[in-house]
Write a protein that binds this ligand. Structure first.
Ligand code: ADP
Length: 259
C-alpha cells in the first residue's frame, strides 16, 4: 500500500509538470502538421517531397509522444462508454497486427459472450497498443503474442483482489514469449519515464499510461514475468452485470438493454 501511494504521488507530480508542457507543445505541433500538409499540396519536386515527408513523420512521432504525456497527466479526462471488449479489440486488430511486425505471431483468444465494460474506447486501444509494442520489443527474434479476454467474477470461487469490490469483471490478457524481466526491472515498470530501451525508442510512459487507464477505470493490473520465458500482463476491468446484454450502435458504442 505504501508503494502504491508513493507511485500515485509520483505520477501526480510528474503528471502536473509534463501536462502543461505537453499541452503547449501539442498546439505547436498542430501548426507544424497543418503547414506541412499545405506544403505537400504545392510541392512537385521529389526531393522536397521527401524532406516534407520526413518532417511529417517526425511531427507524428512528436504528436504521439505528447498524446502519451497528456493521457498520462490526465489533462484528457476519461470518457467511459459501454463497449464489448472483443469488438474493441477486433476493430483495432489491423493496427495491432501492423505493430507486431513480421516476426511476431499475434493470436486472439476472445471469449464468446464476454461481458461489456465501461471504458474510454481510445484509451483502451492506447493501453492495448502499449502492451503490444512492449511485447514485440521483448521478442526481437520473433515469438508469439496472445491476447485473451474472459469473464471473471470476484468473490466467487474464493477469487479476490484486495482493492477491488466483488462482482463481475472482464480480464484482458497480453502474453508474450519474449525476454521476460528480472525482478529489479519488474519492480519499476509502472514508474513514469522508467525505460530500459535506448533513447528515441522508449519513453518509459507506456506502462504508466496503462496503469493510469486501468486504475482510473476502476480496475486492476497484474504483471507476471519470468526471465527468458516471457511476460503476461492482465488488465481486470469492471464489467456489466451478467443479466445485462448490450447492443451496439453504429459507432461501436454499446447501450445496455435489459432482457
Ligand atoms: P517503454 O516501452 O517506453 O520503455 P514502458 O513503461 O512501456 O516504457 O515499459 C517500461 C519498461 O518495462 C521497458 O523499457 C521494459 O524494460 C519493461 N517491459 C515492459 N513490458 C515488457 C515485456 N512485455 N517484456 C519485457 N520487458 C517489458
Amino acid at each position: 500500500a505504501q508503494a502504491a501511494l508513493f507511485q500515485a504521488q509520483k505520477m501526480e507530480a510528474v503528471g502536473q509538470l509534463t501536462g502543461g508542457v505537453a499541452h503547449d507543445f501539442n498546439n505547436l505541433l498542430t501548426i507544424i502538421v497543418n503547414s506541412l500538409d499545405l506544403l505537400t499540396r504545392n510541392t512537385r519536386d521529389a526531393r522536397d517531397m521527401r524532406l516534407i515527408e520526413s518532417a511529417q513523420r517526425a511531427a507524428e512521432r512528436g504528436a504521439k509522444l505528447t498524446q502519451q504525456l497528456l493521457a498520462f497527466s490526465r489533462r484528457q479526462p476519461l470518457q467511459p462508454a459501454l463497449h464489448n471488449p472483443n469488438t474493441l479489440i477486433g476493430g483495432f486488430e489491423a493496427i495491432l497486427r501492423r505493430a507486431c511486425g513480421e516476426l511476431v505471431k499475434l493470436q486472439l483468444a476472445l471469449a464468446p459472450r464476454v461481458r461489456s465494460i465501461s471504458v474510454d474506447g481510445p484509451q483502451f486501444e492506447a493501453a492495448l497498443l502499449n502492451l503490444i509494442v512492449n511485447a514485440r520489443d521483448a521478442m526481437p527474434e520473433g515469438g508469439s503474442l496472445r491476447i485473451t479476454t474472459g469473464n471473471v467474477t470476484l468473490g466467487e470461487n474464493g477469487q479476490t483482489i484486495a482493492e477491488l469490490k466483488p462482482g463481475p469483471y472482464v480480464s484482458v490478457t497480453v502474453a508474450d514469449t519474449g525476454s521476460g524481466m528480472a525482478p529489479e526491472i519488474l519492480d519499476r515498470v509502472f514508474e513514469p519515464f522508467f525505460t530500459t530501451k535506448e533513447i528515441g525508442k522508449g519513453t518509459g510512459l507506456g506502462l504508466s499510461q496503462v496503469y493510469g487507464f486501468v486504475t482510473q477505470s476502476g480496475g486492476h493490473i497484474k504483471v507476471d514475468s519470468t526471465p527468458g520465458q516471457g511476460t503476461t500482463i492482465t488488465m481486470l476491468l469492471p464489467a456489466q452485470d451478467n443479466g445485462e446484454e448490450a447492443v451496439e450502435d453504429e459507432d461501436g458504442t454499446e447501450r445496455p438493454i435489459q432482457d
